[in-house]
Write a protein of this length. Structure first.
Ligand SMILES: [Zn+2]
Length: 327
């Protein structure tokens, strides 16, 4: 039997359930919904976490697509899908649970605390199951309410984490060094001597019907490709033609106003240091500031909401430091 919380699946079966955390003031339980898909043959457990941030529902759709396409009778190993990790944040469509200001950002507080603030307890309970059950973990994120992020992976630099990143397949050619080795579910995996990656796709400016469906599909295809790579399911995995590696520069707004990105900008196309990314203008249309490429590299994400305040996220820029060839 494979058990996560209240969900137990015998070999060749799937089950739904929850990981109980605590109760909310009105008496409703705070719990983490979970889908367990247990293969008929032994193999690794691939664990997928969606909606660590409540305004990033692309991962929920991806979990639904993956769940619909897996047949446990034909699997070697198992899959655990968490379609919504932070339910109160999801209900509020906000990054964190608005009722928990002390541990608001779930992706900064792992491994959590058994006797901590509300969301720290959620992180702690999730960490325990994740550490015990998962062989590999995929944390799904997007640009959320503020931004759009193109296909980007954050991984630690060890060989096995890079392999997991490469296993995402043909659409995922950008692998950046994990900017938060502490505080996230992949950090819990890392500390347990296992592998976890953060994958980013989607956000506010890609929620039209076709765009949102595409984000869910590309994420689901990546997860299915990981399952093929580790031979949990049958089929030939695909790989990106090559992988660019580097580090993230998060460019913050130098002024408040209207954020106007260059209309010709394209994601993941080479840029040179000093190339203009965007202008910020005041209410009369007069120029307040320009945002330019800090180094040679490429843009992998951009602010989606044109209204901007000083210090807001504006651009997710990758400084490219290397290239990995297909093995
Ligand atoms: Zn996120």
């Amino acid at each position: 039997m494979l058990t996560v919380g209240t969900a137990s699946a015998a070999p060749g079966e799937r089950a739904r359930g929850v990981i109980p955390v605590t109760n909310l003031p009105g008496g409703r339980p705070l719990e983490i919904p979970v889908i367990v898909i247990n293969g008929s043959q032994p193999g690794p457990c691939v664990w997928v976490d969606a909606v660590i941030h409540g305004d990033e529902p692309e991962g929920t759709l991806a979990c639904h697509l993956v769940n619909a396409e897996l047949d446990p009778a034909a699997m070697r190993g198992s899959v655990v899908l968490v379609p919504v990790l932070n339910v109160p944040a999801y209900e509020a469509a906000q990054r964190g649970n608005p009722l928990d200001t002390f541990s608001y950002d779930l992706n900064r507080i792992y491994p959590g605390k058994a006797d901590g603030y509300l969301t720290e307890r959620l992180a702690f309970t999730h960490s325990q199951w994740l550490r015990d059950v998962a062989t590999y973990e995929i944390s799904i994120h997007s640009g959320g309410a503020h931004s759009y992020l193109s296909e980007t992976i954050f991984a630690t630099t060890d060989e096995k984490a890079i392999e997991l990143a490469q296993a995402m397949g043909k659409d995922w050619g950008l692998i950046l060094k994990s900017f938060l080795p502490k505080g996230s579910p992949p950090a819990v995996m890392y500390e347990a001597g296992k592998q976890g990656i953060t994958v980013e796709l989607g956000g506010r400016s890609a929620t039209s019907p076709a765009d949102f469906a595409r984000c869910g599909r590309v994420l689901a295809d990546g997860i299915l490709n990981v399952l093929r790579h580790y031979e949990v399911i049958d089929g030939a995995p695909t790989y990106a033609p090559r992988w660019l590696t580097g580090v993230q520069h998060a460019l913050l707004a130098p002024a408040s106003g209207l954020f106007l990105a260059e209309p010709s900008l394209q994601f993941q196309q080479p840029m040179h240091k000093g190339d203009r990314i965007a202008r910020i203008v005041d209410v009369y249309g007069d120029l307040l500031a320009e945002i330019c490429a800090p180094v040679d590299g490429l843009i992998f994400g951009l602010r989606a909401l044109p209204n901007v305040q000083t210090g807001d996220w504006c651009c997710f820029y990758a400084e490219i430091q290397g290239e990995l060839a297909q093995v």
